[in-house]
Design a protein around this ligand. Sequence first.
Ligand code: SF4
Length: 296
Amino acid sequence: MATAILFGSKPMSERAEKPPENVCPAVPAANGQSVRQLSLSGAAANCGKGPGQTDASTAGEHTVRTASPEELQWLAEQSRRLESATAEEILQWAVERYFPRFTMATGLGPEGCVIISMLAKIEPRVYVFNLDTGYQFPETLALRERIAEKYGIVVDLQRPELSVEQYEALNGGPVYKTDPDRCCFDRKVRVLHRVAANFDAWATGIRRDQSPTRANTPIVKWDAKFGLVKISPLANWTRKDVWRRIMEEGIPYNPLHDQGYPSIGCWPCTRPVGEGEDERAGRWSGTAKTECGLHT
Ligand code: SF4
């Protein structure tokens, strides 16, 4: 049995709190260290693979790699070149270039499920994780199990240091009600910073037609916030393309999509959308907030 399958078939109880196994070979003593420890050590800065020199800067408690002008130019060239490539070809390029320092973050939306189905064929050992805020729908967590059964890929759960109970007790109640930007920062962005320290590149499922803020998403770009190369293999897919692939291949998806939720995040900040509404209209509805901060 391939190593990939062994990796993917570990019980979730064992995987949930462990650091990624796909860490850079140059990072010393990775085994047994937590992601946070690696982040604080700044070890990831040793593994830049792009052309030209890379450097690292510190943002708060996390070390964030920075890109050289040569790397930025090279990434822009690659992005232009990959505009006409298929999503599979883009992922293949990312794997060849960055694996095992290549990861994927997914909220288990339809796009993420499609990318997982592709990774299962291209390189199932890619470390795939979910930012588990503690506020996810039970249906989302159940989908994770179905993905594992179908593809042998266990989507790891990366959690904030404080449980929901601890976090709300510390803040006098649910922060999503009073300051959703801070809640998203504490329960998503901060966690992604912690994970990012172990990788050079990440894949996301964002599409240009999802919203005006995503309309100019390049296939490949430098993500300065997290110090990673950001790859969006479905950037030029439409919503219809995604659902056609899901139906054609029987890819598991969240049953809430059949109940009026085209875009699903945390349950306190997601509502079903009405006829003719934008597909992300149900996210942070009634506020000016449109993004959690991972992609802005
Ligand atoms: Fe908090 Fe809502 Fe952001 Fe989830 S989506 S982290 S509940 S503010």
